[in-house]
Ligand binder design. Structure first.
Ligand SMILES: Cc1cc2nc3c(=O)[nH]c(=O)nc-3n(C[C@H](O)[C@H](O)[C@H](O)COP(=O)(O)OP(=O)(O)OC[C@H]3O[C@@H](n4cnc5c(N)ncnc54)[C@H](O)[C@@H]3O)c2cc1C
Length: 385
């Protein structure tokens, strides 16, 4: 095959190098391999290590559609904890609103879930089983070679927030670190509804309580970074006491089920790499605040877009040299909207500024009274643009 050809005929196979086998890179590898591409997947850390991260993800309907397309939804679904209510509370102005199935479009409503919660380990176990048995994927547990290798038609970096590809390919990045950090932990909470996810706003930052089955919940607790690190070091009873003071009335944290882990939150959007046929995806491309559980869903929407573009290449409708710019053009608005929307939410809702309290009250009134606005907002967050 002459790799320098711009058009890849259906008979020939597309050779793609994917850097990073995290949640973005491994779903990408499967998606491309299913379309018939030959995928060379590089992961610098041992697979056992990347599987063992202690996290849980909120899954939206856009991710559900991608998993259906990749053929892993039926298997994943058995392990998902569905929630049918998203309860948003503002502790400073004592307002609350429930997002329910009625707020979804009819296609999404038929799944009886506003969203789902999934443990990282389960996701990665399923993904890695599929990756290792897919004949179109070769997995290398090694640092990806960065040299421009003309035997590949496309190189896609899914190497995470600290992406080295981004630097090597001289992609410019607009970004900053939030003063807020985030602390995640699994906690047994009494009195919480197992089919409700909670997002609670206070002056410190948002707190998400995500159902994981029975009385077990994943806590995603944003606060000034220094406080997050201090809380990481608290004893179990001190931690539960502190958590109890920010939980809504009636919810009582009882047992800490794992070691709380704090991490820094960054905002970031990168430009096109200055190297042809090279693309950044997932957190290598963009990072946002975890409020609303948008980050990883946004990464997976990158994959859905790339997958469509690869289809067009295979059908002969798209020149491979145009893939990076087409990808950026298609993803730009969704990424910009989610990054700036989450940023505004944090700035407006993480304080007690009396001027902003007025707008916070107003936003609850608008969301409660105007169903079309509420539906539009939910659709943008769960389906993307
Ligand atoms: C401590 C912590 C806790 C979190 N908890 C949550 C949570 O509870 N819920 C939630 O929704 N999100 C959470 N997040 C965010 C979430 O983990 C990210 O959104 C998600 O991991 C992004 O996926 P990714 O595949 O794009 O990047 P990553 O998961 O970072 O994967 C990138 C992969 O690329 C590999 N790699 C890097 N460089 C190279 C190279 N040169 N060659 C080969 N491989 C390379 C890395 O080893 C890594 O496996 C958390 C993040 C952190 C840091």
């Amino acid at each position: 095959m002459n790799i320098s050809d711009d058009r890849i005929s259906q008979a020939e196979s597309l050779r793609v190098r994917v850097i990073g086998a995290g949640p973005t890179g491994s779903v990408l590898a499967l998606s491309l391999a299913n379309k018939g591409a030959e995928v060379y997947l590089y992961e610098k850390n041992p697979i056992a290590n990347i599987k063992s991260r202690n996290r849980a993800y909120a899954i939206t309907h856009s991710s559900r559609r991608l998993f259906q397309d990749v053929g892993i939804w039926d298997e994943l679904e058995k392990h998902l904890q569905s929630f049918s209510i998203l309860r948003i509370q503002d502790k400073e102005i004592h307002k609350q609103i429930d997002i329910t199935l009625d707020d979804l479009c009819s296609n999404n409503r038929s799944y009886n879930s506003v969203g789902w919660i999934l443990e990282h380990r389960i996701l990665m176990d399923i993904l890695m089983d599929k990756v290792l048995t897919n004949k179109n994927i070769s997995l290398f547990e090694d640092n990806a070679p960065h040299a421009n290798d003309s035997t590949f038609n496309l190189t896609i970096a899914a190497d995470g927030g600290n992406s080295s590809s981004r630097h090597i390919w001289r992609s410019k990045s607009l970004g900053f670190s939030y003063k807020q950090g985030c602390l995640t932990s699994k906690v047994l909470i009494r009195g919480a509804n197992p089919s409700t996810a909670y997002e609670i706003f206070s002056s410190e930052g948002p707190l998400a309580i995500l159902p994981m089955g029975g009385e077990v919940f994943q806590v995603v607790w944003s606060a000034p970074l220094i406080k997050c690190y201090q809380r990481e070091g608290l004893t179990e009873s001190e931690f539960l006491d502190r958590l109890s003071s920010v939980l809504p009335c009636g919810l009582q944290p009882d047992v800490l089920l794992d070691q709380p882990k704090a991490f820094q939150i960054r905002f970031g959007i990168s430009s096109l790499p200055k190297r042809s046929r090279s693309i950044l995806v997932g957190e290598a491309f963009h990072r946002c605040h975890p409020v609303g559980g948008q980050g990883l869903n946004l990464c997976w929407r990158d994959i859905a877009t790339l997958s469509k573009l690869i289809n067009n290449i295979i059908k002969g409708n798209l020149n491979i040299n145009n893939v990076p710019i087409q990808f950026l053009a298609t993803r730009f608005i969704d990424i910009l909207f989610i990054n700036f929307f989450t940023d505004v939410i944090i700035r407006v809702f993480s304080n007690r500024n009396p001027f902003l309290l007025f707008y916070r009250r107003l936003s609850f009134v608008i969301l409660k009274r105007f169903l079309p606005i509420r539906r539009l907002l939910i659709s943008m967050m769960t389906d993307g643009f």
